[in-house]
Design a protein. Structure first.
Length: 481
């Protein structure tokens, strides 16, 4: 079943590949891409239904070792399950978000996002460290081309190069660490590496190599400059994918590599990571408040939320790690919704993302204003949303080992309320902007997109045990084995 989830998007891409990129075939290509991604979503939900949450062992394992130079080894556990589900859930939303706005090179656009879905799923289910690195990096060239071809503004070339070079250079120390592990052990299989007793000094060196790669991808201060630029200049579907799943590759890497394989070094460097996370949180929050570009503002808020995720991951206890995973999933719902609001619905109607030119939208867009308000509140972490539970559990987890860091982390709740409500108030209320013509309220496609992201945010916020019951065993094994 896992092999099926990996191959179905590629099959959809192959169906689109021979089709001519003309206006007559655009509708058919879009339907093929959307249908393929929805089929993959339903199969992943069936895999979730079949998943046995009582064991920490990898399930649905599939191996391909017929080739001497390549050992493909895939499996899923309680931790990777939800990142796979998030990927299959967000991909059709990303495709639908640009359903009517992309007309040039549509075939390449659709194939890119289907291939990206496969590559991300492979990264989340790889049981081989070298394989994880390959898929971790393989999303870069595709996203680079997507930003260059379909992005906004003349600055998109610089943003694309900044994104590509930052993340590629940051990942080179990780490759070096993997090669060192291979030279020691003779294998890069994750389960085999976990059985070896690596000395603390060696762990420290290896840990630093991996941490640099994950810190750039998270991103943590001072490696955050690429993210706001990449978001502001990429198409809406690219921003959705970046916020929802690409940043989660680093979250997954912390769990699967640093905490799992290098626990002593992780414990040793935890104060350093917590310091970086607090710096990222405070810097990004204050940077968010002064932003005038709406997409850049949401991008900086992503940095602040991911800093809280990192605090939870490095709390070294069950509560904090589970809270971090919940917050990462919640961020995968709410942040794309906000990008759809500001970078899709508002931008498509007004042609601008500068806040000073947008004002009083409630006059002509009351339904949109209500949904925007709900997601703004969710972004601040109000009760009855998954964001609230994720933030609270992450901060409770870090409180158990360092109350000062937890208190500093809690400032993010106040600051997120400041910049989120400030953005909403400026855009939605006040006198209607003279720079804007009368605008239409959201259409059916946009309404369904936002509701699709709102429903899981609220349902999981009220019933978090739907996720937590499957997480307990795997996270416990991560900590105590």
């Amino acid at each position: 079943m896992l092999t099926l989830i990996i191959l179905i998007p590629l099959f959809g891409a192959l169906l689109i590949l021979p089709m001519s990129d003309t206006l007559e075939s655009h509708s058919k290509m879009k339907k093929i891409a959307l249908t393929t991604s929805l089929i993959n979503l339903f199969i992943s939900l069936f895999l979730w239904y079949q998943f046995d949450s009582s064991t920490s062992q990898y399930q649905f394992v599939s191996e391909f070792n017929q080739l001497n130079f390549c050992h493909l080894n895939f499996g899923i556990d309680g931790i990777s399950l939800y990142f796979v589900l998030l990927t299959t859930f967000v991909t059709p939303i990303a495709l639908l978000s640009n359903y009517t706005t992309i007309t040039k090179s549509l075939k390449f656009f659709l194939i890119s996002f289907l291939v990206l879905e496969t590559l991300q799923i492979c990264a989340f289910v790889s049981l081989d460290l070298l394989l994880f690195y390959i898929f971790f990096e393989s999303v870069l060239p595709i996203l680079f081309i997507v930003i260059v071809l379909f992005g906004h503004g003349n600055d998109r070339f610089r943003s694309a190069f900044l994104f590509f070079l930052y993340t590629l250079a940051g990942s080179l120390p990780m490759l070096l660490s993997i090669l060192i592990i291979y030279s020691y052990i003779g294998n890069t299989d994750l389960q085999l590496i976990s059985l070896y007793d690596i000395s603390l000094d060696s762990q420290k060196l290896l840990w630093l190599g991996f941490f640099v790669a994950f810190a750039v991808k998270t991103p943590l201060y001072p490696f955050i400059i690429w993210l706001p630029k990449a978001h502001s200049d990429s198409p809406l579907a690219g921003s959705i994918l970046l916020a929802a799943t690409i940043l989660k590759l680093a979250t997954y890497g912390y769990l699967r590599v640093l905490i799992n394989l290098l626990p002593d070094a992780t414990n040793y460097f935890s104060p350093l990571v917590q310091t970086f996370a607090i710096l990222s949180l405070i810097y990004a929050s204050f940077s968010t408040i002064i932003q005038q570009d709406t997409k850049r503002l949401i991008a900086y808020s992503s940095v602040a939320h991911m800093a809280v995720v990192v605090l939870g991951l490095f709390s070294n206890n069950l509560v904090g790690i589970e809270g971090a995973i919940l917050l990462a999933i919640a961020h995968g719902f709410v942040s794309p919704a906000l990008f759809i609001c500001v970078g899709g619905i508002i931008y498509d109607r007004t042609g601008t993302r500068i806040i000073n030119y947008i004002r009083g939208l409630v006059t002509y867009m009351p339904v949109f204003t209500i949904l925007f308000f709900i997601f703004t509140l969710a972004n601040t972490g109000i009760p009855l949303t998954l964001n609230f539970l994720g933030e609270q559990l992450s901060l409770i987890g870090i409180w158990q080992i360092n109350p000062i860091i937890a208190a500093l982390g809690a400032t993010g709740i106040v600051l997120s309320a400041c910049y989120s409500i400030f953005l909403y108030n400026r855009v939605s209320y006040g006198n209607y902007s003279p720079y804007l013509p009368p605008l239409k309220d959201i259409n059916r496609r946009e309404f369904y997109l936002l509701i699709s992201l709102l429903i899981p945010t609220v349902i999981f916020g009220i019933f978090p045990n739907i996720i937590l019951d499957s997480l307990h065993t795997s996270v416990s094994a991560l900590l105590f084995q």
